[in-house]
Ligand binder design. Structure first.
Ligand SMILES: Cc1ncc(COP(=O)(O)O)c(C=O)c1O
Length: 387
């Protein structure tokens, strides 16, 4: 069986490095090696002296120690360092899922979270977030009806890409309760953790790694810390047996982390609060601009402001946008390709993320966001036209 195409990465591969205005990214503004080392107190000389031999498969002990500090009940031994965050999704699914296993996954979702699981188990239960008038909700009754003692794994992602949804602490505990009552594994992708930016500023949720013994948690430096080119990520698994399985699969993928990345990741983790604060400020400021923009164009967009993370999922009236341009768009996929090709503005079609063709993802983490939004605006009907 062939795995489904990774539509998000395909869309970015096609346009990301040629589009003038990238409005769809999920990562936050990045930094240079020199700037990172200046903040952390590392040095280019030290970096230059790194030997390029193999490294420890589970990851450098200091890197694991610093990663473990993000959790209350996790020690360095519970951490498995990856060669990229996305690798952690592949390793976890391989370690946990066999053909025919029952899997429930939150949707919409970053493609890998659904496709790798589906490839291995055959078919999974898609547990959809529910859009409300102003935001998104998790339907825990629906989850209870989908999960039973045969369920092998529940897959979630909080803060959520693309909606920016995050549950309350009590909702998260209820979700963990459902996993515990059914004795199934819970994989939580927490790569946007620490990016709580909504207007009523949310608290950082406890990590699922701290709440549940049968949790596997993914995190990394790509999003909240703005370092996607470092390809730095880790899994947390407090269960020793499953950790060995993850490491076993790692031998077939990347064997060990890259030595230069390990050095820089250690530097970044030593100043992680500073990096995260910079991203939070940027996302908060872009979110305020975006919310005003959307509120002024209620006839075109339904805006559900994100609570956390660096993305939002906006519902777009493509019929109106099409009639303004004297043409017809079948859905947001059609519209986003046109916007990229003819205006150099990148929004990610919702269908790439398994969402409906009425939605597109907006990314709020980049410094050029206001300019990119202004470029998009030039393609829209003038503000007073619809009033
Ligand atoms: C929810 C989620 N998990 C994992 C990843 C993978 O991160 P990376 O591309 O840095 O490997 C992404 C990237 O967009 C993501 O959105």
């Amino acid at each position: 069986m062939k795995i489904k195409p990774f539509l998000t990465e395909q869309f970015f591969a096609h346009y990301e490095f040629t589009a003038t205005h990238v409005l769809a990214s999920s990562d936050c503004e990045t930094t240079s090696i020199a700037e990172l080392l200046a903040i952390s107190g590392g040095s280019l000389d030290e970096f230059g002296a790194i030997k390029l031999g193999y490294t420890e498969t589970q990851g450098h002990p200091e890197y694991r120690r610093l990663a473990a500090q993000l959790y209350d009940n996790v020690v360095a031994d519970d951490v498995v360092i990856l060669t990229s965050p996305v690798e952690g999704i592949y390793l976890t699914m391989q370690a946990l899922i066999d053909a025919g296993d029952e899997v429930v996954a939150l949707g919409p979702a970053y493609d890998a979270l659904h496709h790798v699981a589906e490839h291995l188990c055959g078919e999974f239960q898609n547990w959809q977030l529910v859009p409300t008038a102003t935001g998104w909700e998790m339907d825990l009754d629906r989850l209870s009806s989908l999960v039973n003692s045969q369920t092998r794994l529940i897959i979630v992602n909080f803060p959520h890409n693309p909606t920016g949804y995050q549950p309350t602490c009590s909702e998260l505990e209820q979700l963990v309760g459902i996993a515990r009552d059914n004795d199934c594994w819970l994989f939580c992708d927490e790569i946007y953790r620490g990016l709580e930016t909504g207007f009523e500023q949310q608290a950082t949720l406890p990590s699922v790694a701290d709440l549940y013994e049968k949790a596997i948690v993914l995190n990394g430096l790509s999003k909240t810390y703005g370092l996607p080119g470092l390809r730095a990520g880790w899994l947390v698994a407090r269960d020793a047996k499953i950790r060995q399985e993850l490491i076993g699969w790692k031998h077939y993928t990347t064997i060990c982390p890259a030595a230069p990345t390990e050095y820089l990741a250690i530097q970044a983790l030593s100043v992680r609060e500073r990096l995260a604060e910079r991203s939070r400020k940027l996302v908060s400021s872009n979110l305020a601009i975006c919310t005003e923009f959307m509120n002024q164009r209620r006839e075109l967009f339904r805006w559900r402001a994100p609570l956390a993370g660096s993305t939002a999922f906006v519902e777009i009236d493509v019929d109106q946008l099409g009639s303004h341009q004297g043409r017809a768009f079948a859905n947001t996929t059609d519209y986003c390709h046109d916007l990229a090709q003819n205006h150099g503005v990148l929004l990610l079609p919702g269908e790439c993320l398994g969402g409906s063709g009425r939605f597109a993802r907006v990314g709020l983490g980049r410094a050029a966001f206001p300019a990119a939004l202004a470029a998009w605006e030039t393609t829209l009907p003038p503000l007073d036209a619809g009033r």
